[in-house]
Design a protein around this ligand. Structure first.
Ligand code: TLP
Length: 343
């Protein structure tokens, strides 16, 4: 069988030869002492690109988001976010476990919050309750199918939340995908919010790492929280060197994977018994196969036998395009899907 085409996530990309060379040659020091020059350069460059005062290199998006939640909130406070947000569904219950916060989840069709959604759940502390501590926006939204926030929504939610004394964090795991699709710069997209966590190890292609960005004061506090979580990484320049290449070169690769996602979406729209769950804006697609009388799990298994990896999530199949799949892999995936449905 030919090599597998892996559409399970954009996290599966392997470091490029250039990244591996940079890793081998990276100048390093002890980053817990702030002495790793490669990490320091990555953090400074990330802060510059994101238009924030400072940035912190963290091992994962999960650590970046949960560090931000801890830094912005007090135990007992409520976090307002879409009810399919990664911070609540896939981060091991950490808002409760680590920060002692409650979630006010907002049901949406597209994962994109509006100010009325937030306003309806905002509560100020009284003698009866702790009130709201933070709003979290996920841009792009994973479980809603890679949907991106319009700039005007980010601005309105942040401005009005701030007027109410509430901070706003953006889970920008795929912020560069949002920027590519919406035509805004990443710095314009995060200017209104207090903090952002961007994953370098998803569409951008780094083997490891995310950056959390915000004010210098927020990042100083976050550095301590990262240490509490076991995220002090010593000679982390070895991975920061690859992450730096991802940060500089990764954004330019995204239009290709978005075009591949459109190609797959068009093929899925034409196939009998297959229903695309939502419009495709970036690199994430969800589709259902129930109308073909088969389960998502059985189709995922059939695709696997044909060398195409996807993830079945309940009655939906998730497909992500990225740097390590090309148009030929997409054509193969479409042919394999047609075969599975026929079988
Ligand atoms: N998402 C992963 C899985 O955990 C679901 C994936 O394959 O999509 N925010 C968002 C929006 C994410 O999609 C993810 C990872 C994270 C944060 C966490 O990043 P990591 O995996 O680096 O902790």
């Amino acid at each position: 069988m030919p090599a597998t085409a892996d559409f399970r996530s954009d996290t599966v990309t392997r470091p490029t030869p250039e990244m591996r060379r940079a890793m081998a040659e990276a100048e390093v020091g002890d980053d817990v002492f702030g002495e790793d020059p490669t990490v320091n350069q990555l953090e400074a460059r990330a802060a510059e690109i994101l238009g924030k005062e400072a940035a912190l290199f963290v091992p994962s998006g999960t650590m970046g988001n949960q560090t931000a939640i801890k830094a912005h909130t007090q135990p007992g406070q409520e976090i307002i976010c879409d009810d399919r947000s990664h911070v609540i569904l896939y981060e091991m219950g950490m808002p409760a476990l680590f920060s002692g916060c409650l979630i006010r989840g907002v049901p949406t069709t597209d994962g994109i919050l509006s100010w009325p959604d937030v306003a309806a759940r905002l509560r100020h502390a009284t003698d009866h309750f702790q009130g709201s501590g933070l709003v979290v926006l996920e841009n792009t939204h994973n479980m809603a199918g890679g949907t991106a926030y319009p700039l005007s929504s980010i601005e309105e939610i942040a401005e009005k939340s701030h007027a109410a004394g509430i901070k706003v964090h953006m889970d920008g795991a795929r912020l560069f995908n949002a920027a590519e699709a919406m035509g805004y710069s990443v710095s314009d997209a995060v200017a209104p919010v207090d903090s952002v966590c961007v994953c370098l190890s998803k569409g951008l292609g780094a083997p490891v790492g995310s950056v959390l960005a915000g004010t210098a004061e927020f990042i100083a506090g976050s550095r301590r929280i990262r240490k509490a979580l076991g995220g002090g990484m010593r000679q982390a320049g070895v991975i920061a060197a690859a992450a730096r290449i991802a940060l500089e070169d990764g954004p330019g690769q995204l239009s290709k994977s978005h075009a591949d996602a459109q190609y797959l979406a068009a093929a899925i729209r034409e196939a009998d018994g297959v229903e695309l769950v939502s419009d495709v804006q970036t690199n994430i697609l969800f589709f259902r196969v129930s109308a073909a009388g088969v389960s998502a799990a059985s189709v995922a298994e059939g695709l696997k036998q044909r060398g195409v990896l996807v993830i079945a999530m309940g009655d939906r199949i998730r497909v992500l395009t990225h740097r390590d799949v090309d148009r030929a892999d997409c054509e193969r995936a479409v042919a394999a899907l047609r075969e599975c449905l026929k079988a």
